[in-house]
Design a protein around this ligand. Structure first.
Ligand SMILES: Cc1cc2nc3c(=O)[nH]c(=O)nc-3n(C[C@H](O)[C@H](O)[C@H](O)COP(=O)(O)OP(=O)(O)OC[C@H]3O[C@@H](n4cnc5c(N)ncnc54)[C@H](O)[C@@H]3O)c2cc1C
Length: 551
């Protein structure tokens, strides 16, 4: 039997966390889409379990944060422990992010529970994943993309203007497009096992909810999940897969309690890759998540990076479909996200893996001394938390971590740097023109935002908002009703947000719907922010009073 579906703007292939997040993002901007998943239900494999603050901000924008916080385990302290000496070498705190975000903490939640929350967010808006739909081929031409799927009802043909390939590490779409994954597969594998066990009271030390235990022979990661403990260890090349009993004994040895009662729940063993696709966009098809990058799972970055991919590409597609943005905007997806995935994989995941298993005693001594020093330097704590939380993700042309010199210079006497183009804007509380408290990031739910840093008493003239942009005046002086600016006034209590932004007065800052800075410029004419917006999204953008393009 063959069935032809009506053409849809966006087809998402794969209902893993990244495909579901991509659906939520498109839903946020009112773009019709379908998600096709080959399995008959969401996955329940023991995989990701750590959600970083930037992903929490994204989930807030997608309307699913309440469920994630309700089901998850929240904590703000990660421990790095030297197994031979049993010493905590350093604690990474998320609390330095308290002035940056409403979510200065990590949430542990099994990937399967997170996926259930994301799917529920879609269902609340009337979207259902098309389970049992396996993509078997995708082609594209000038008219769009043509997908063929196998379903229990027979072959289904779908036409879509854009395809988001969220079909995981073995991506069929990537193979069909002939895109290579560059990088390496490590010889060791990782074993993940879940247990019911009391590690809070029945061991010599109280473990925090995420502990990296360094050991040249066998490193260990303990991740507390809301209802059980997760344990990760390497399995050496060629070594047989440990049995359940052997894994239980390993846990007892690590926590030095030979009679610890343990109830084994589940276990999985995974190959470990450090790879990225050499191309993330082919015409109207985009690779996201594990289809585009495979990141060593030491550091909880694979899924978190994929969630940011969805957050980056979805609004761009929405602006092309709805607001006349040129397709050139879409090419920025790969330009922005590919370097970030490589940076996260190399500087966080791979580095973590290396330092956990360091063999040379001299290198270990230097490592331990540096980590011990980090623990005491406020500036380094801020920079480490900013990077680790992924709140520091920046789409500057060549994203680089801060140099060692700049880290050392600001280690003790730290001041937040001014925001720059490409960076994520910090969140913060403001007072809206209706007198209600509001958060800067919430204003971005509707689209681009221009914050004009001008005292409303100057009665500055501002052009009307074009579709997709809202302009505000941000100042610690409120706008009186007879200035004509009251509706645009955001009260910056005590000038706190202005100080955080570090942008001079009489400038405007243009923010994209994903919270990254598109432009910072002097506000020289009534049209300054509108011109910058139109230039950013391309030249086809409709004027203020044009109707929204029908989808
Ligand atoms: C042990 C372990 C621990 C991890 N811990 C973390 C962590 O703490 N934090 C973190 O951020 N990341 C972690 N990760 C990584 C994380 O699990 C992955 O990055 C994440 O699953 C990627 O999501 P995805 O949606 O891109 O792909 P997937 O989760 O692989 O989903 C792809 C989906 O596409 C479907 N699909 C595939 N082919 C087709 C087709 N032809 N037609 C239709 N559907 C198809 C699949 O059935 C699947 O449902 C961990 C990974 C492992 C192995």
């Amino acid at each position: 039997m063959s069935e032809k579906e009506a053409s849809i703007p966006v087809a998402i292939v794969g209902a893993g966390p990244v495909g579901l997040a991509a659906g939520l993002e498109l839903q946020r901007f009112g773009v019709p889409f379908r998600i096709f998943e080959e399995d008959t239900a969401l996955s329940n494999k023991p995989k990701a379990g750590t959600i970083l603050p930037r992903s929490l901000e994204i989930f807030a924008g997608e309307g699913v944060i309440d469920g994630v916080l309700r089901e998850g385990l929240r904590f703000d302290e990660v421990h790095f422990i030297d197994r031979p000496s049993d010493k905590v070498l350093t604690r990474m705190l998320m609390s330095p992010m308290a002035d940056e975000t409403r979510y200065p903490f990590i949430v542990n939640l099994p990937q399967s529970d997170l996926e259930a929350q994301l799917a529920a967010g879609l269902t609340r808006q009337g979207h259902e994943v098309a389970f049992g739909h396996k993509l078997v081929s995708v082609t594209q031409d000038a008219a769009g993309c043509h997908l063929v799927l196998e379903s229990p009802q027979g072959t289904v043909k779908v036409e879509a203007q854009f395809v988001l390939a969220c079909d995981g590490g073995r991506s069929l779409i990537r193979h069909q497009l002939g895109i290579e994954m560059e990088g390496v597969t490590h010889p060791e594998r990782f074993l993940v096992a879940d247990f019911e066990v009391d590690l809070d009271r029945r061991t010599g030390r109280q473990l925090t909810y995420l502990s990296y235990i360094f050991d040249p022979e066998e490193w260990v990661i303990f991740v507390r999940q809301p209802r059980f403990w997760r344990f990760l260890i390497p399995v050496a090349e060629g070594a047989p897969e440990p049995t359940q009993d052997e894994v239980v004994e390993k846990v007892r040895r690590v926590v030095k309690n030979a009679s610890l009662p343990i109830n084994f729940l589940d276990m999985g063993i995974y190959h470990v890759h450090h790879r990225a696709a050499n191309k993330w966009q082919d015409g109207r098809i985009f690779l996201l998540g594990d289809a585009a990058h495979l990141i060593t799972p030491v550091g909880g970055l694979g899924m978190n990076t994929g969630i940011q991919d969805a957050h980056n590409v979805a609004w761009k597609i929405a602006w092309v479909l709805k607001y006349g943005a040129t397709e050139a905007l879409l090419t920025s997806y790969e330009q922005e996200r590919a370097p970030i995935a490589r940076l996260n994989a190399r500087n966080q995941a791979e580095r973590n893996r290396e330092i956990m298993r360091m063999k040379s005693p001299i290198k270990r001594m230097v490592r331990n001394a540096i980590l011990g020093w980090m623990d005491r330097a406020e500036g380094l704590q801020w920079q480490a938390a900013h990077a680790r939380s992924l709140l520091g993700t920046s789409y500057k042309p060549a994203p680089k971590p801060p140099s060692l010199w700049s880290q050392l210079r600001t280690a003790r006497h730290f001041q937040r740097p001014a925001v720059g183009i490409g960076e994520r804007v910090p969140d913060g509380e403001l007072l809206g023109s209706d007198g209600q408290s509001c958060y800067l990031h919430d204003l971005l739910h509707r689209g681009f935002v221009a914050l004009i840093l001008i005292d409303p008493r100057t009665r500055v003239s501002i052009d009307p908002d074009p579709p997709g942009l809202t302009q505000y005046l941000l100042h610690r002086f409120d706008a009186a009703f007879d200035t004509g600016l009251r509706d645009r006034a955001l009260l910056d209590k005590g000038g706190r947000m202005t100080r955080k932004l570090g942008v001079p007065s009489h400038y405007f800052i243009l923010l994209r719907p994903d919270g990254h800075v598109a432009a910072i410029s002097p506000f020289q004419a009534a049209s300054s922010a509108v011109d910058a917006y139109r230039q950013y999204i391309g030249h086809n953008a409709p004027r203020a009073n044009a109707n929204r393009a029908a989808l």
